[in-house]
Write a protein that binds this ligand. Structure first.
Ligand code: FES
Length: 104
């Protein structure tokens, strides 16, 4: 499936994502160094925060409870906020677009 990632500057790049990995892992593995993902995907750092494109947020769905608690600590949380390590890439998400959230 295709995954389009917008950097903080708004540059867009589309990559071939691997299913079974998280969106965070797909972003990281494609060399986007803006996404720190310091905790490695165990939902404890919030440095993998992304804003999911409006067209995709319903399909991706809302954050889980732990994730939502972490997002609350961000100054850049909005209604499209997710932690990208908590989104599993699937074929259903082919075309998904996310923007890396500003640094807190
Ligand atoms: Fe740390 Fe997602 S990588 S919360």
């Amino acid at each position: 499936p295709k995954l389009t990632v917008l950097t903080r500057d708004g540059d867009a790049r589309t990559v071939d994502a691997e299913t079974g990995l998280s969106v965070m892992e797909n972003i990281r593995d494609n060399g986007f160094d803006e996404l720190l993902a310091l905790c490695g995907g165990c939902c404890s750092c919030a440095t993998c925060h992304v804003h999911v494109d409006d067209d995709w947020i319903n399909k991706v769905g809302p954050p889980n409870d732990d994730e939502d608690d972490l997002l609350e600590s961000s100054d850049h949380k909005n209604e499209n906020s997710r932690l990208s390590c908590q989104i599993e890439m699937t074929d259903d998400l082919d075309g998904l677009t996310v923007q890396i959230a500003p640094e807190d």
